[in-house]
Design a protein around this ligand. Structure first.
Ligand SMILES: Nc1ncnc2c1ncn2[C@@H]1O[C@H](COP(=O)(O)OP(=O)(O)OP(=O)(O)O)[C@@H](O)[C@H]1O
Length: 763
């Protein structure tokens, strides 16, 4: 933000340092930057150039602290650090990174202290002081084995080619332990940290170049002396407004997503797309953050108004409520006022009710629908088919392909349905499906699939009419360039100008058809984020065939901001060797998925039976509570189990041990205090400091009935197994700091040795 023509930016690394300062200094800093913007030459600020440097200046924050600023241009300043006035000022280094074109600042003194564990609260331990040698050594000393430096396999040129900050190369050459590396990463520029951790974790040079460096490399030649241009590149991660800065200071680390986007995230947010675009990426890589910033970016481009031309949608009510509150945090009521935040089923229901005001049918979910199928089969004494199979056949083949008659059903493609069925069987199924729809209709019910199909058809019809009218106007005299959002004269309009979709992997085909028809086919129309590795419902789609053409506009985020490296590694093991789709008929991998966060190893806990396991969970939480180093508010702990019944039982056990809990329902937690408990399905999109996954027992994860499909229906078996893996993967990647997995009897076959080897707790 500028006041009196002065631009003042804050480098994200400087913000990290500021967060660690005492509260009063943070307050003083906030006042300082405000005064600076008004007039940097106010005497109280004591703005002066550092000796021997033409670009670096210092200014007074309070009696004790000084801000260090780079002068980018006459009235353009960048705060790179806030230091105590007694600190060392002669080992500061800054420059424009030749690979990313972003401004980097390093305090070599601080980095070296961090590497050697000399900073208060630092991560690296100081090297042990050698034992004094005995004065008269009777025996010859064994040869001292020197540890091998970590990065000898790569030359300086190679490292700087990957974007590692050159001033750090000498200290990088001294690193011999992981702790020292983590000490360096804490204070090094972002890309240096990401590159070194990826190499340390075993990635090849080419993979790091491809997955870490290239996505953030400057696309044009970099002038190392043009700091003003460098400051404008996404690689220089800065905040510029008072509000951003206040948010970052007040909400600490948890608020950083609002102010500091990763360069890869920033590019995706700001890019102009010629049509639908898609962002994938592993859990915690900031897909939702990107979706929220994208919404803000799109709203900023809108002409002024009071309408809501942007739709932000997601899979369920709980997630939509979360998106709404995060959007409010990001841009306040002003932003929320231009955005319709609705979950996709609610949106479909609105469309249907608008077209059929008399339709007061109750919408039922898949579980309720399967129960209705079962009741129907029982009434008919029909034992040939199981209700789950029939429900899936009806939703995926009959409804999914809009099959309207028995004859069409005889011809329908059943790709991915496994078991092949003949003409006679199809005739049976068709008849049962008709009875089923009559039955639920009579009961005043409709499934969400039916709602989505109906809404898709209505919206497609509406779009058809809009296009016909536009064509007629064009033919009638060239009124073809009226903006479809103009809305003048009450003419039929598209519902939205832009649509942003979170958790895209779980939407049904009909949802896509509906959404496609809701916005004009033009630039920046649809923006979707999602991860098919986290698909926990059965809605596999090929977007191209549904009119959503994302070819050439697909990108991926790879840096996890949530989970530690250790948790990430074990969680990836849960996915096994299965392949995943990219929502468009191709395959998707998690190549490059990484984290620079560090923490303890995930732990496995074995018990003889479910009762003992529940006691084990209670004992672990009690143990955390007892130690101030491990205690966290109970709302930041979640326990995830395979079934509702187990959730209830676990809640009782915790209560007996004086631990309150709240159940997570489809619309969110049903209370505000206590440990959160829910089935695996409920954890999509959520985040906790500590995660306990209980009941990870063979027969429960995956369920026994899934295993039984292995020989009977191999294709359905593969799908169900993949879904079961994804459920556990989602649960394991909700954790910020720790994951503990519990089981009784035989552990789930999805747990590899990284979980099982840490096993303890059995009796
Ligand atoms: N640029 C950023 N700076 C700081 N924190 C970030 C940034 N981007 C994301 N985060 C944090 O990382 C966590 C995960 O982000 P988010 O929920 O957007 O990820 P996601 O990819 O949607 O995850 P999932 O697929 O598991 O739902 C959140 O706590 C978020 O605040």
């Amino acid at each position: 933000m500028t006041t009196s023509g002065v631009t003042l930016r804050l480098l994200d690394r400087a913000d990290k340092e500021i967060l660690k300062l005492p509260r009063t200094v943070k307050g003083a800093f906030f006042d300082f930057q405000h005064k600076f913007r008004t007039n940097p030459n106010t005497t109280g600020l004591k703005l002066q150039r550092l000796k021997g440097d033409h670009r670096l200046w210092s200014a007074r924050v309070n009696d004790e602290y000084r801000a260090l600023l780079l002068r980018l241009a006459d009235d353009d300043w960048l705060i790179v650090s806030v230091k105590h006035r007694k600190d060392v000022y002669n080992r500061l280094s800054y420059g424009v990174n030749q690979v990313t074109g972003g401004i980097e600042y390093v305090d070599l003194e601080v980095v070296e202290d961090s590497v050697l564990g000399r900073l208060p609260g630092g991560t690296a331990p100081a090297p042990a002081t050698p034992e004094p040698l005995p004065s008269a050594a009777p025996e010859p000393l064994p040869p001292v084995s020197r540890p091998e430096p970590l990065f000898t396999a790569w030359s300086d040129r190679q490292l700087s080619g990957l974007g590692v900050a050159e001033p750090l190369l000498p200290v990088i050459r001294t690193l011999t332990t992981e702790d020292q590396l983590l000490g360096l990463v804490e204070y090094a520029p972002q890309l240096t940290g990401e590159v070194l951790i990826a190499l340390f974790d075993g990635a090849s040079y080419d993979d790091v170049l491809d997955q870490v460096t290239r996505p953030v490399a400057a696309t044009e030649p970099v002038d190392p002396d043009d700091f003003a241009a460098a400051a404008r590149r996404p690689a220089t991660v800065v905040t510029t407004t008072d509000e951003d800065l206040r948010g970052a200071l007040e909400s600490g680390d948890f608020g950083r997503w609002k102010s500091f986007l990763h360069p890869t995230q920033a590019r995706l947010v700001e890019r102009r797309y010629n049509g639908p675009a898609r962002v994938g990426g592993g859990p915690g890589t900031g897909k939702t953050v990107v979706a929220l910033h994208r919404v803000r970016h799109l709203v900023r481009q809108l002409p002024p108004g009071h309408d809501k031309p942007v739709l932000l949608t997601t899979y369920n009510k709980n997630l939509a409520a979360d998106l709404r509150s995060r959007l409010l945090e990001l841009g306040g009521e002003e932003l929320l006022g231009r955005v319709d935040v609705s979950h996709v089923d609610q949106l479909a229901l609105r469309v249907v009710r608008e077209a059929e005001p008399g339709n007061g049918k109750q919408a039922i979910d898949d579980g309720q629908a399967v129960r209705e199928w079962r009741a129907l089969l029982d009434e008919l004494g029909e034992e040939t088919w199981d209700p789950e199979f029939l429900h899936e056949e009806w939703t995926q083949v009959i409804l999914g392909q809009a099959v309207g008659s028995r004859t069409d059903y005889f011809r329908a493609r059943r790709a991915g349905r496994g078991k092949s069925i003949g003409r006679g069987e199809r005739a049976d199924i068709w008849q049962l499906a008709e009875r089923f729809t009559q039955r639920i209709d009579r009961l005043g019910r409709q499934t969400w699939d039916q709602v989505a199909e109906r809404a898709a058809r209505l919206e497609m019809g509406r779009e058809q009419r809009i296009r016909t009218i536009a064509r007629q106007r064009e033919e009638a005299g060239g009124l073809d360039n009226i903006h479809p959002q103009d809305g003048s004269g009450g003419r039929l309009r598209y519902r939205y100008r832009h649509i942003v979709v979170d958790e895209a992997q779980d939407l049904r085909p009909a949802h896509w058809k509906m959404l496609r028809a809701m916005a004009p086919r033009t630039s920046d129309d649809l923006f979707l984020v999602g991860d098919t590795h986290q698909r926990i419902y059965k809605n596999q789609v090929t977007l191209g065939s549904l009119g959503v053409n994302i070819r050439g506009r697909s990108a991926k985020l790879t840096l996890s901001y949530r989970t530690t490296r250790q948790i990430l590694r074990s969680a990836l093991g849960v996915l096994g060797e299965t392949t995943y789709d990219d929502l468009d008929g191709g395959t998707e991998t998690l190549a490059g998925y990484r984290s620079v966060l560090n923490g303890g190893l995930p732990a496995g806990h074995a018990f003889p039976d479910w009762e003992a396991e529940r006691e084990g969970v209670a004992a672990l939480i009690t143990e955390w509570d007892a130690d101030p180093d491990t205690a966290v508010p109970h709302e930041r702990i979640a326990v995830c189990v395979p079934t509702n019944q187990m959730a209830t039982e676990l809640g009782y056990t915790l209560k007996v041990h004086g631990i309150d809990s709240v159940e997570i329902r489809s619309d969110g937690p049903n209370g505000s205090t206590g440990v959160h408990i829910g089935t695996m399905f409920r954890f999509k999109g959520l985040e906790y400091q500590r995660m306990i996954i209980a009941g990870v027992t063979d027969g429960l994860v995956p369920r026994e009935d899934v295993s039984r499909l292995r020989d009977r229906e191999p294709s359905r078996y593969r799908h169900e197994m993949q879904r079961a893996r994804s459920l556990l993967f989602v649960a394991a990647t909700r954790a910020r700091d720790s994951v503990d997995v519990f089981w009784h009897g035989r552990p789930s076959p999805f747990l590899d040795s990284s979980w099982v080897k840490t096993e303890h707790g059995g009796r």
